[in-house]
Ligand binder design. Structure first.
Ligand SMILES: [Zn+2]
Length: 96
């Protein structure tokens, strides 16, 4: 059993929860009409959890040119905090 599962494309950071599920950070687009990523989303991969947290880059644009690093920082904080408390088990690696 390996914890080194390949990261999904676009995943920029990964946190391991206390139950060994993963919380992934990635960049995404807010609207279907958006052509460039403009938010950072954290998604918990724990079975039955599915918690997500999004940070819009625009909310941090005053700090950096497009706000992505500020949003990454805040989303990372959420992911870290969630990873410390989430008890959802990791999704089975094999298909059912
Ligand atoms: Zn969770």
């Amino acid at each position: 059993m390996s914890e080194q599962q390949p990261w999904e494309p676009g995943v920029i950071a990964r946190f391991l929860t206390v139950a060994r599920a993963t919380v992934d950070l990635s960049h995404d687009m807010h609207l279907i009409t958006d052509t460039q990523p403009n938010l950072t989303i954290a998604r918990c991969g724990g079975t039955g959890c599915g918690a997500t947290h999004t940070e819009k880059w625009a909310d941090y644009a005053y700090r950096t040119n497009n706000g992505s690093s500020g949003a990454d920082t805040e989303a990372s904080k959420w992911a870290q905090a969630h990873a410390e408390t989430c008890r959802a088990l990791p999704r089975p690696a094999a298909t059912q």
